[in-house]
Design a protein. Structure first.
Length: 114
């Protein structure tokens, strides 16, 4: 039985050395809609409610990919509580509490907007 009820991937975060170039590629080459962007981040709609979150890499930080995967859940607090109860260590990643898989990939939850 799953520890939490997942409703798919909300977004995948990817870091780029040249964010502007990445935005242009997704927009101009793939024809995807860039929903919003700023100096350090952009959000690209990839369909069916899923997104790519593109981030400007800072300094010489490693470009571990994906940077993170955000899973959609019906109840974010219950999902985090289930992970805690299972002994899975939660860490702060940006504004989110998340966890890592055995290879170090970061996951966090996004609530389903109702």
């Amino acid at each position: 039985m799953a520890l939490f009820e997942s409703r798919g991937i909300d977004h995948v975060g990817i870091r780029y050395r040249d964010l502007e170039r990445a935005i242009a590629w997704f927009r101009d080459v793939l024809g995807l809609e860039v929903e919003r962007y700023g100096r350090t981040m952009a959000v690209v709609d990839i369909g069916n409610g899923s997104q790519l979150a593109l981030f400007q890499a800072e300094g010489d930080e490693p470009l571990r990919q994906p940077h993170h995967v955000a899973l959609r859940v019906t109840d974010q607090d219950a999902a985090l509580a289930a992970l805690r109860a299972a002994g899975i260590e939660l860490q702060k990643f940006g504004p989110n509490l998340g966890f890592q898989d055995p290879e170090g990939t970061v996951f966090h939850f996004m609530p389903i907007e109702g």
